[in-house]
Design a protein around this ligand. Structure first.
Ligand code: HXC
Length: 260
């Protein structure tokens, strides 16, 4: 399949990659780009070979935001009746396989929000994150006010969203927005691929369940979340891979997953 605004590949066994590729606009996230990204992630979800996905941009820009030129003339009724931006939420619901965002350069506005939607966020030390929407007379619209606040706490999120000030990859890691920070683009990509390969080496059933229960923690109160986790944990005693994994441990062997 050929795309206009993204590139799709399988760089390592079990690993899918989507590269945002709209260099003229620093990967600004126009609607057709989001549609292509949704399609690519749906294909990876259906793929029997891909077990984890890496999402990246270029060294210069992960994504500089939603497309300001596309948004500028929109009216309220157009935005409302077309549910503008709602299709972005497909990114988080259609992909049950782990998604690692590898962020270098600008990740601003919708670009920052897109990175925050990933299951694991890696970045370079010099990555440039921010929610600058306030400077355009608007606010984050793809979950930034919610996900950034959960990541860094209310006071810091308020400061970032109300001032529009950027923060570095170094800060993103220190504040818990990023899981890891890397000294270069090359190291970032290698780190993302390595993690994706590790995940791809485990039982697909267990990996999907692990992602599902961690994500529940973002939506549920603690008691409900712990109960949900326990139900899924119990359910996994019905999988072959739980038997395979624990038997292999007892026999000091490497498990051969059935993915059942
Ligand atoms: C459309 C964009 C764009 C954007 C950059 N470009 N960001 N086009 N939408 N978000 C275009 C520029 O117009 C320019 O096109 C080309 O990309 C290169 O950008 P420059 O500004 O020349 O590059 P530079 O001087 O290096 O500055 C980089 C930058 C700056 C700091 C990232 O481009 C910038 O401030 N961009 C806007 C960032 C922003 O405000 N993002 C939030 C958008 S609102 P030409 O044709 O002139 O060469 C948003 C709302 C989210 O995301 C809500 C729902 C998702």
């Amino acid at each position: 399949r050929s795309y206009e605004y993204i590139e799709v590949s399988e760089p390592r066994p079990g690993v899918g990659q989507v590269t945002l590729n709209r260099p003229k606009a620093l990967n600004a996230l126009c609607s057709p780009l989001i549609a292509e990204l949704n399609k690519a992630l749906c294909d990876f979800q259906a793929s029997p070979t891909v077990a984890a996905v890496v999402l990246t941009g270029s060294e210069r820009a992960f994504a500089a935001g939603a497309d300001i030129k596309e948004m500028a003339p929109l009216t309220f009724s157009e935005a409302y009746t077309t549910s503008f931006i709602e299709s972005w939420s497909d990114l988080t619901t259609s992909l049950k396989k782990p998604l690692i965002a590898a962020v270098s350069g600008h990740a601003l506005g919708g670009g920052c929000e897109l990175a925050l939607m990933a299951d694991v966020l890696y970045c370079t030390a010099t990555a440039n994150f921010g929610q600058p929407e306030i400077k355009l007379g608007t606010i984050p619209g793809a979950g930034g006010s919610q996900r950034l606040t959960r990541a860094v706490g209310k006071s810091k999120a308020m400061e970032l969203i109300l001032t529009g000030k950027s923060f570095s990859g170094e800060e993103a890691e220190r504040w818990g927005v990023a899981a890891r920070v890397f000294p270069s683009y090359e190291a970032l990509m290698e780190g993302a691929f390595k993690t994706a390969e590790i995940i791809a080496g485990y039982s697909k059933v267990a990996v999907q369940a692990a992602k599902e229960v961690v994500n529940k923690s973002q939506d549920l109160p603690l008691r409900d979340g712990v109960e949900y986790e326990r139900r899924v944990f119990h359910a996994l005693f019905g999988s072959q891979d739980q038997k395979i994994g624990m038997k292999a441990f007892a026999e000091k062997k490497k498990p051969e997953w059935s993915h059942q």
